[in-house]
Design a protein around this ligand. Structure first.
Ligand code: ADP
Length: 399
């Protein structure tokens, strides 16, 4: 059984074709610069590639190209779209409307589009892509949507409410939603399996650290709190995003620069974080190597990230009244031994001990880093959001 997984942005359409018999990736690619000009980069599992400038006025043309790449190009992997059993879509914001993955209907697409006020960059693009997909993919192929926010719908009100007047929650739905839910769900389950335990019996702090980073408290397999909030701007310092800031500093800085609300949002989302503090760049590798060469601001932002993660671990251990395991995932979590070592250093009060040699030598693979006498297990658990989307899709269409 073959499933197409789609991750649509406002100007891009990333995809993977997955054979669910062995969960192998048959092909993957990206149609980008939609609405500008257009380009496809496609790669089959055997190494054949397609790299072409195209014309993508809308998501529909990008979908048509994706179909051509998969079925007709020199790097094709199937003969016809009839070989595909279903399409799974990643959706950023499901708010409190969607607490699990669902089959796509016209009503579901409308609802996703209506939620665009809460995720201006993403949800409208998802709706456009869903409609385009419907017009291009055979009508008998079911589609499923998987939400970044759904896993966090188990958070209790005391964790998701802000101290704003209650009317703003009722009228404008202003509350913490949390993101990266697909990843946190995937890795917490994978960790339980690796530990030989049921996820229902574990208290886990899941650290997804990439360009965007979020930390989640997973108690008994359910998200009970998470660091990202109303939008993916909250929490720890990120590539170009501030993370948490005193709201008064926000209004103060906006006033000093004469920024409108949307200019201030752009400033905090695109110009801040690693980039803004270090002045070096947004990529952890660049910041880390600058820090190693003695750049003080690069060192500072690296220290900030580590310190903030430690504080989340402490607060989530308190929130869950216990902690069995910490996991690291995402580009930084899986690859940066410096960040993992920093987070696990001076954590004796929690009884956290890792094998430093091992930690320095592994990257991107499922590994237990804690020593046998560590009170809390520490693991690297590689994430695979596309696979989870494909698994959810398979489960829903099998019902
Ligand atoms: P996104 O949030 O866009 O999905 P990723 O999860 O791909 O991001 O993570 C990107 C981050 O991972 C970048 O900051 C990058 O520097 C970092 N990263 C990737 N590989 C390494 C590595 N080998 N060592 C340190 N950091 C790495």
């Amino acid at each position: 059984m073959i499933i197409l997984v789609v991750n649509a942005g406002s100007s891009s359409l990333k995809y993977q074709l997955i054979n669910m018999d062995d969960e192998s990736v048959l092909a993957k690619g990206n149609c980008d610069r939609i609405g500008i000009d257009g380009h496809i980069a496609h790669k089959a599992a055997d190494g054949r590639t397609l790299d072409e400038d195209c014309s993508f006025p809308t998501h529909t043309e990008a979908f048509m190209k994706l179909v051509e790449a998969l079925t007709k190009s020199s790097a094709k992997v199937i003969d016809s779209m009839d070989e595909i059993s279903a399409v799974g879509h990643r959706i950023v914001q499901g708010a409190d409307v969607f607490d699990k993955s669902v089959l796509v209907t016209d009503e579901v697409i409308e609802k996703i589009d209506e939620l665009r006020e809460l995720a201006p960059v993403h949800n409208h693009a998802h709706a456009l892509a869903l409609r385009a997909c419907k017009s291009v993919i055979p009508a008998n192929v079911p589609q499923v949507v998987v939400f970044d926010t759904a896993f966090h719908q188990t958070m209790p009100p005391k964790a998701f409410m802000f101290g704003l007047p209650y009317e703003d929650y009722e009228t404008y739905h202003v509350r913490k939603y949390g993101f990266h839910g697909t990843s946190h769900r995937f890795v917490s389950k994978a960790l339980a399996k690796a530990m030989g335990k049921n996820v229902e019996d574990l208290k886990i702090v899941s650290c997804h650290l990439g360009n965007g980073s979020s930390i989640t408290a997973v108690d008994g397999g359910k998200s009970v709190d998470t660091s990202m909030g109303f939008t993916p701007l909250d929490g720890v310092v990120m590539g170009t995003r501030t993370g948490a800031v005193d709201p008064s500093a926000v209004t103060f800085v906006a006033d000093k620069h004469g920024f409108t609300p949307s200019q201030m949002s752009e400033y905090m989302n695109k110009k801040s974080g690693f980039l803004g503090v270090s002045g070096v760049g947004s990529d952890n590798r660049d910041v880390q190597s600058a820090a190693n060469e003695g750049n003080k601001r690069a060192q500072l932002v690296s220290d900030m990230l580590v310190y903030e993660i430690k504080k989340y671990i402490g607060s989530y251990a308190a929130a869950m009244n216990g902690l069995d395991a910490i996991l690291f995932t995402g580009g930084i979590g899986e690859n940066s031994w410096e960040v993992r070592e920093g987070v696990c250093t001076d954590m004796d009060y929690f009884g956290i001990k890792i094998d430093k040699e091992l930690n320095r030598s592994v990257r991107g693979k499922l590994t237990k880093l804690s020593t046998p006498d560590s009170k809390i297990e520490v693991w690297i658990v590689p994430t695979n959001e596309e696979l989870l989307i494909a698994r959810d899709t398979l489960e829903l269409i099998s019902k």
